[in-house]
Design a protein around this ligand. Structure first.
Ligand code: ADP
Length: 428
């Protein structure tokens, strides 16, 4: 502070005046009195300037500061330039805020900021429209009190925001919303709400189409299979010449039957039709019976198919779906593992999970195929796999069933080293 020339000038001037008056005063033997009088007036002047400063800062609305000589002039100038900078910054900030407001108002997606406890702090126009909110009453309310869909309550309870949630809008059940939440800072969450009614509708049309086509195919297929069964060359020697094509037709009709069944199951899983069919399932019993079926399927391949039970834990699940998922894994192992191969099935438990595992020492799968195996109709070797009776939907069904039961499929495999398909069911 004392390096500033105004402060130095002020100090020197004060010292000079005191010195001169002290000298003059000492001539009349009144030095102390004269200095005291000067100091009194100096203090008075300081108080006057202080009151002008107070008046300018807190009372008057004047933009420009009062003028004053010396150090007070410097103080006023410094304050004025700071105030100007502050005003400029504020204007800039206001511009940014209003630009942000304009852009969020123009957004088709709803955007909302909520606290960690779910209290609404801010939302844009689209959120208000999609969720039927009112800024005057709903700011400060808990979002979970306004949006009471059970899936949303569960989404919030679990707080696993990896995937967006699809729920109907609270103002119109026909409007489907996709809600994604992104936590940021310590106490803030950004909620993005999209209207996906059209996409949802198209998806439903696709599901209905697949379900209807599969259903409609069933009747003609039953008729064809029935007639093919009647055309048995063993019973009718006239058919001996066409016995091979008849056998092929029978095989293809069987494959088609499996395909139709798988497609129907997948569309059921897509539409979550069996939501209430869950009960406690004895997995040991289930896997044991699948093993017995697998041995029958294996036929004369002389494979060792063993079930190792390490726990008696049960699962609350849909039995039909679990049977389908585990059968797909075990039957795949039987189909893709060559003769004399080993297939081991495990039911075990860790601290956090129950695990169903199907292990084989078959041909294995190259790593580049593994991430795509659960896609519908994805096959590593399309021609060969189709000839083995696969529909290409088995692992897609497994993935869906597991997702439906909040479980996860992990595939560990390498070409020539066998495969291991593990289903992880989290313990509650
Ligand atoms: P598919 O009906 O063709 O078996 P899946 O969806 O069940 O269809 O399996 C997808 C592909 O994964 C199969 O085509 C096959 O190439 C591969 N696969 C599945 N299980 C095994 C396994 N145990 N060993 C080797 N490859 C497998």
């Amino acid at each position: 502070m004392w390096k500033n020339r105004f402060w130095q000038a002020e100090l020197w001037a004060l010292l000079f005046i005191l010195f001169v008056l002290g000298l003059i005063g000492s001539l009349f033997d009144k030095a102390a009195l004269l200095i005291a009088v000067v100091l009194f007036f100096y203090l008075l002047w300081q108080l006057v300037q202080l009151s002008r400063l107070f008046h300018w800062v807190f009372i008057s609305k004047a933009i420009y500061p009062p003028s004053a000589p010396g150090v007070w002039g410097e103080v006023f100038n410094q304050l004025y330039s700071r105030q100007r900078k502050h005003r400029k910054d504020l204007k800039k900030l206001n511009n940014i805020v209003s630009e942000f407001r304009d852009s969020t108002r123009a957004l088709k997606e709803g955007a909302m900021i909520i606290s960690n406890l779910g209290q609404i702090r801010w939302f844009n126009k689209a959120s208000a429209k999609l969720l039927g909110l009112k800024p005057s009453t709903d700011i400060g309310q808990r979002l979970f009190n306004l949006l009471r869909h059970p899936d949303f309550i569960e989404y919030e309870a679990v707080r696993d925001y990896g995937k967006p949630l699809t729920i109907p809008s609270p103002i119109d059940g026909e409007i489907m919303l996709s809600i994604s939440i992104t936590p940021y800072n310590k106490d803030q969450r950004l909620v993005i709400i999209r209207d996906i009614t059209e996409k949802h509708h198209l998806e439903r049309v696709r599901q209905d189409f697949v379900a209807n086509v599969s259903h409609e195919l069933r009747t003609p297929l039953t008729v064809i299979t029935g007639y093919l069964e009647m055309l048995d060359p063993d019973m009718n020697p006239n058919l001996a010449a066409v016995s091979k094509p008849l056998a092929m037709m029978r095989q293809q009709a069987l494959n088609m039957g499996h395909l139709v069944d798988d497609l129907l199951l997948l569309s059921k899983l897509d539409s979550k039709a069996e939501a209430n069919g869950h009960k406690e399932i004895d997995i040991n019993l289930l896997l044991d019976s699948i093993c017995a079926e697998a041995r029958a399927l294996s036929g004369d391949k002389n494979q060792s198919i063993l079930f190792h039970s390490h726990t008696n834990a049960t699962l609350k699940a849909s039995e039909k779906q679990l049977r389908s998922a585990f059968s797909n894994l075990v039957f795949n192992a039987v189909r893709y593992t060559p003769a004399n191969g080993k297939i081991n099935i495990y039911w075990q438990e860790t601290e956090t999970h129950l695990i169903a595992k199907v292990e084989d020492n078959g041909p294995g799968i190259d790593p580049e195929h593994i991430p795509r195996l659960t896609e519908r109709f994805y096959r590593v070797d399309a021609g060969r796999n189709r000839s083995q009776g696969g529909t290409g939907l088995g692992l897609a069904i497994v993935k869906h069933v597991l997702e439906y039961h909040k479980a996860e499929l992990k595939i560990v495999s390498a070409a020539g080293k066998g495969s291991c398909f593990c289903c992880y069911f989290p313990k509650d």
